[in-house]
Design a protein around this ligand. Structure first.
Ligand code: C2G
Length: 132
């Protein structure tokens, strides 16, 4: 059983998110998503449309997702990898080389996948004329 872990905000779930989850699950047999809490998002300068419980429920409805856990601190990742016996962390390419993920290479594999071009939560809000 190869266990995969990924992190994100996953607000206004869109095709780029689904493709990331699909490809992350394809790397193993079990996919854990660490979902940013509102408090953590404030630290990332992000305000979400959906609250944590709604974003969690939406992710749990995605066939590729096996477990959703909260992400509420940058420094929880090593503990997450150990606690959930993770074999591989997978993130989108915008995180490639980020030390907050590179540090995990001592504990598990780390893989970065190409982002899906032309879609983002920010773009959706902008195209809808919503102040992001
Ligand atoms: N993503 C993607 N293609 C897009 C948009 C997003 O592949 N067009 C990927 C991102 O690279 C990320 C995941 O989808 O791996 C979730 O994206 P966000 O919800 O924007 O997550 P982010 O704010 O990058 O949070 O600790 C790390 C952070 O929690 C990551």
């Amino acid at each position: 059983m190869k266990r995969v872990l990924t992190y994100g905000t996953y607000d206004l779930l869109h095709w780029g998110h689904i493709r990331l989850l699909q490809r992350a699950k394809a790397q193993g047999d079990y996919l854990v998503v660490a979902l940013s809490t509102e408090e953590f998002n404030e630290g990332k300068g992000k305000r979400t449309y959906h609250d944590f419980e709604t974003r969690k429920a939406m992710l749990e409805a995605v066939r590729y997702v096996d477990l959703v856990i909260p992400e509420d601190a940058w420094d929880q990742k090593i503990n997450d990898v150990q606690k959930y016996e993770i074999d591989m962390v997978v993130m989108g390419g915008d995180w490639e080389g980020d030390p907050r993920f590179e540090i995990l290479t001592d504990y598990c594999d780390v893989m970065y996948l190409d982002r899906t071009e032309g879609i983002s939560t920010t773009k959706i809000k902008r195209d809808l004329g919503v102040n992001s």
